[in-house]
Design a protein around this ligand. Structure first.
Ligand SMILES: [Zn+2]
Length: 267
């Protein structure tokens, strides 16, 4: 009988359907982003242009779990389709909770293997470089990038990774659980997003997925128009509009160039 029961439990786990939802950021999530200093005034995307994407995903034992990400409003529906495909592929994701990414530092997973999207920050420099960050906004600063299992899929430059836990995953010739597969790359490609693992040259960001530079630029321009519109509604003065124009120039991310160019500026 226990055998029958456990078989039933396995069947239930396998049959659990993918579930997801998209919602504007609730007040507690907005507060959490501010508290974690991953969003503040001056960031290139307004909180109103971000969405909370809730998805079912597989853990490393193949069991369904509920995960959440903060993403750009324009990317929420396409990413919902991607996560549906990842679920069908049984692609395991270690940590995909908001608390894992934005919770108190002491409560975050000690393995640091946290997947996610939005974080208002500058792009990380290639491990080839001495500096750790660049002056350009990361695509994550717009919620227009997803990182998957950063330990199993490290950011590598000149054969090096800055993450000591990820060293053994620099070797991509042998597949281990949680590493990005061809099917995962195809799932993101189905919405037009590229993979940092296919950048040419010395630098590869195996965890990273993002839209092509041209799509990013148009989304960013749209989001900046919305921000300017909102500000102008509150303050129609010419000087304010001038300040907004300067803001938009500063906020434009350095994401020019196709795959293989300016790789570390988008990370
Ligand atoms: Zn990334």
């Amino acid at each position: 009988m226990p055998g029958v029961l456990s078989l039933a439990a396995v069947a239930l786990t396998l049959a659990s359907p993918f579930q997801s939802s998209i919602a504007p950021l609730p007040a507690d999530v907005r507060a959490q982003l501010r508290q974690a200093h991953v969003w503040q005034p001056g960031c290139p995307v307004a909180l109103s242009n971000l969405r909370l994407l809730t998805v079912t995903h597989r853990d490393f034992d193949g069991r369904p779990q509920t995960g959440q990400l903060v993403v750009n409003k324009s990317a929420a529906r396409p990413l919902q389709r991607v996560f549906r495909r990842l679920y069908g592929l049984y692609f395991p994701i270690r940590h995909l909770q908001l608390d894992d990414a934005y919770g108190r530092a002491a409560n975050r997973p000690t393995d640091g293997d946290v997947s996610g999207s939005f974080e208002c920050r500058r792009a990380a420099a290639s491990p080839c470089a001495r500096a750790t960050t660049t002056k350009a906004w990361s695509n994550h600063a717009f919620g227009l990038a997803v990182d998957l299992n950063p330990v199993e899929n490290p950011y590598v430059g000149c054969g090096q990774s800055r993450n000591p836990r990820a060293q053994r995953y620099r070797d991509r010739s042998r597949h281990r659980r949680g590493m990005v597969t061809r099917q995962v790359v195809a799932a993101f490609a189905s919405i037009g997003w590229g993979w940092g693992g296919s950048w040419s040259g010395n630098t590869k960001d195996y965890m990273h997925f993002s839209p092509p530079a041209t799509d990013c630029r148009s989304t960013v321009r749209r989001s900046q128009r919305t921000q300017r519109g909102l500000r102008d509604r509150f303050d129609g003065s010419t000087s304010h509009r001038r300040r907004s124009a300067r803001f938009s120039l500063r906020a434009r991310p350095t994401i020019a160039g196709g795959p293989g160019r300016l790789t570390d500026a988008r990370r």
